[in-house]
Design a protein around this ligand. Sequence first.
Ligand code: ZN
Length: 160
Amino acid sequence: MINYANEEVKFSGCPGCAYARYEFKLPCGLAFENNNFTLSQDWELPIVGFFVISPKKHISKLSELTKEERNEMFDIIDDTIKILRKNNVCEDFNVIFEEKENRHFHVWIMPRHKWMKEICGNIMNNIGEIFDYAKQNYRNEETYNKIEESTNILKLQLKK
Ligand SMILES: [Zn+2]
């Protein structure tokens, strides 16, 4: 995998589990973690304010979380969006649940930046196009610095 800072990352087995066990790190580190979840900039995509929350245990469906875990996860999502909005990282977000058979469940906290609408109109119908555009155009120092900045904001402001 090539990460958002254009470095190669190697891991074996399930990436979500490997990350929860600290078997590899991302350049900006964890924005937040507790006993049950990790929150980080999306590993691959150089899109400012694009965060991924993932349970530490290997599950593939939202319904495999307990009610308490689910509440905890939604509180982290809600706080993350509020902080990113307050700090002008982005105004609007889509929250997308990624459930795939036998894959590590995770949730995208995806910003809706103005440039996304400009390149493709309807963001949700053209996610692949947006991701390709970001990989081709935003793998640069300026974007990386903004990713680091937004990660640091969450590190400081998300309550443990
Ligand atoms: Zn896993």
